[in-house]
Design a protein around this ligand. Structure first.
Ligand code: DMJ
Length: 675
């Protein structure tokens, strides 16, 4: 991945105080000038893994929630105000709600959904303090009832039946709809113990979460900075809607699109962001596409990890936020189609699976899978089992966790980057990184522990061991400014290289502290957050490159960071703003909001394409010629803008960290109720 790069070049210092005054870059390049969508580029874009899916769906009827179980429940539970809101929402579309015309999209029979919060109103003056980090273990997460809406409509049931009948994974979907126990390292755990053991389908909750209504009521109106995010989203969506509708990714400069899985990846990844930002019309239109056009019955290879975190995760979180069962049906269909990936001798899944034929396979050049990929699908598969009552998803994913837990080849909790699907052993031993191919392994140890109500102590132990391993083997301070950074270790040799991907770590550390882990972790989180900010700040565009190298000895030029020419690109990645969100939520220090605001302005200045959309750029050190790559990754809408919006909120109840855990693609999933 890093081969072929030329020597390091010095980084020109960016003034610490002032705002960049470089000429505004105008993206007026001719068609096709952007870089091709090469395998190399994809490798960089999806360094933790890659890709695709497909499958069945039929037209779905509109949901009239005023007359649904939710509406009845609200009335019964003496929530008349909420019930009235719901009634109003379920009426005929207002002028504002009328479906816009979209090329190739038939806006007939638009469903009526509960409305997201309003986007265009005046700024809020919320004075609610951000959440403070917890010093000790406290109470568990509040009880969270996730209830699916009434799906008794005839058409809806036909829809569901059709999708399930078409799933290639049916051969695997025998199966266990019976309540049972699971084994966790020899211990038999009853479902009631709160491990999220699936309920039988018939027993699964059937009503939408009142949290949806509550969230809309409590979220408040967007403040000025949040309005800035909404404006950015609308600009990005404008390009996607006009030039790439229903396709995977927008190519904003050439005003076209690229396909990875051929499944409307950006649209699915962005669904919950639209909900959270209150983009009612956009959400409804996208929902119609999912209902009428999204078809997983398709002969296409998808990457298990990438499609799980983006598609499965996106559908599940949208289901939770909206209460619209369409998204759960799609998620279950898709989950079934991914299951053949787990049919390997070791049960370590293959990287790729054809969701139409059910044939799974590793990449052409190896029988290895990437460690971060096989260990970063658990949040989604566990939640799918919990919602559907079908155990196989959770069992397959947790088998991987158990297997990796017991493997030799780790170094003080640190894992290698590859694992063989036949032998089940780590390969390429002795190389350790927190960047590509290992990163979200660490993230999901903590997040699964949180998701399951902090009961699965093995996950916590592995996480804590890994953090100690990081401190011992990978953490260093740069010269001359002593920035704390995380490097890499190869056969005992330290490399001061840090991917921007590693900038997820300060946020994860802060999340752990919020949930009761050591205050030491917060010190490290804050130090790393400063480093990640400087990785942006010290670039001429204010945007981080993909990879930096830190100076271990006092350099001649007084700079801490060097960037190699091959590493100068920025793919609109989220990790820095993701961590800023967690750091602000857990400390209340407004400097983190200010840093995020600077980064949003840099995105607007150097990556925004006038005709709609944002583009990855080739050179973050060249404000006059950043060179657009002509690609807007789906995670820009799924993650980057979502985390910015949440960062700028002063309401800790807006997707509370006590109620939700975000998957590695920023899709919020509920923390399971304590027993
Ligand atoms: C996203 O798909 C996810 O955040 C993943 O964990 C890493 N790569 C991109 C964002 O950089």
């Amino acid at each position: 991945m890093t081969g072929g790069r030329r020597g390091a070049c010095a980084l020109r210092h960016k003034t610490m105080g002032g705002v960049r005054t470089a000429p505004l870059w105008r993206l007026t390049l001719p068609l096709g000038l952007g870089l091709p969508d090469t395998a190399g580029e994809r490798e960089l874009a999806g360094r933790r893994g890659r890709h695709v899916p497909a499958a069945a769906a039929g037209a779905s009827p509109g949901l009239h929630l005023g007359d649904t179980e939710l509406g009845r429940e609200l009335r019964q539970q003496q929530e008349p105000a909420a019930a009235l809101v719901l009634e109003a929402l379920s009426g005929k579309p207002t002028e504002e709600q009328k479906m816009p015309e979209v090329p190739g999209l038939k806006p007939a029979n638009p469903p009526v959904l509960p409305a997201p919060q309003k986007a265009d109103a005046s700024p809020a003056s919320s004075k609610v303090l951000p959440q403070r980090p917890r010093k000790h273990f406290r109470r568990g997460p509040p009880h969270l009832q996730i209830r699916a809406p009434n799906t008794d409509s005839k058409a809806g049931m036909q829809d569901e039946a059709k999708e399930q009948a078409a799933a290639p994974g049916d051969v695997l979907q025998d199966e266990n709809t019976q309540r049972t126990v699971i084994s966790w390292r020899g211990a038999v755990i009853e479902p009631e113990q709160g491990t999220g053991l699936p309920l039988r389908r018939e027993e699964a909750p059937t009503k939408p979460s009142l949290l949806v209504t509550r969230m809309q009521k409590e979220a408040g109106l967007p403040n000025e900075r949040q309005k800035g995010v909404i404006e950015a989203f609308r600009h990005a969506w404008k390009g996607y809607r006009q030039f790439a509708w229903g396709h995977d990714e927008l190519r904003p400069v050439s005003r076209s699109f690229s396909e990875w899985f051929g499944l409307g990846l950006t649209l699915i990844d962005a669904l919950d962001t639209m909900w959270i930002l209150g983009l009612k019309q956009e959400f409804r239109e996208a929902r119609t596409w999912v209902s009428e056009k999204l078809d997983f019955k398709k002969d296409v290879d998808v990457n298990l990890f990438e499609s799980t975190i983006r598609i499965l995760g996106g559908l599940l979180s949208t289901y939770h936020l909206s209460g619209d069962r369409l998204f759960l049906r799609k998620a279950e269909d898709f989950g079934n189609r991914l299951m053949p990936a787990f049919m390997t001798p070791s049960k370590i899944p293959y990287s790729d699976v054809n969701i139409g034929t059910g044939v799974a396979h590793p990449p052409q050049w190896t029988s290895d899978s990437t460690v971060s990929e096989v260990t970063s699908i658990q949040l989604e598969f566990r939640e799918l089992s919990r919602l559907t009552g079908v155990r196989k998803f959770q069992e397959a994913a947790e088998e991987v966790t158990r297997h990796v837990h017991n493997l030799s080849g780790k170094k003080d909790g640190l894992v290698p980057m590859f694992i063989n699907t036949h032998s089940g052993s780590f390969t390429h031993l002795g190389v350790f990184t927190l960047g590509a191919r290992a990163d979200s392994y660490y993230e999901y140890l903590l997040k699964q522990w949180i998701q399951g109500g902090k009961k699965e102590t093995q996950l916590l132990e592995d996480y804590l061991a890994a953090i100690e391993g990081i401190k011992t083997h990978l953490m260093r301070r740069s010269e001359p400014r002593k920035l704390t950074f995380i490097g890499e270790l190869a056969h005992g040799r330290f490399n001061a290289k840090m991917d921007h991907l590693v900038c997820f770590l300060p946020g994860t550390l802060a999340l752990g502290v919020h949930h009761g882990l050591s205050a030491d972790h917060m010190e490290l989180a804050q130090a790393l957050m400063e480093t990640c900010y400087q990785m942006n700040r010290q670039m001429e565009t204010g945007l981080s490159p993909e990879i930096v190298h830190f100076n271990l000895y006092p350099p001649a030029d007084d700079l801490d960071v060097k960037v190699k020419p091959a590493d100068r690109h920025n793919l609109l990645r989220p990790e820095t703003v993701e961590s800023l969100f967690y750091l602000y939520r857990t400390t209340g220090d407004r400097k983190y909001q200010d840093w995020g605001w600077e980064i949003l302005q840099s995105f607007n200045k150097y990556t925004r394409v006038p005709s709609g959309g944002y583009s990855s750029i080739n050179n973050v050190q060249s404000p006059n010629k950043p060179e657009p790559r002509d690609k807007m990754e789906s995670f820009f809408l799924g993650e980057t803008l979502k985390y910015l919006y949440l960062l700028f909120s002063d309401d800790p109840n807006l997707l509370s960290l006590d109620t939700y855990v975000f998957n590695t693609e920023a899709h919020p999933l509920p923390i399971w109720a304590p027993a």
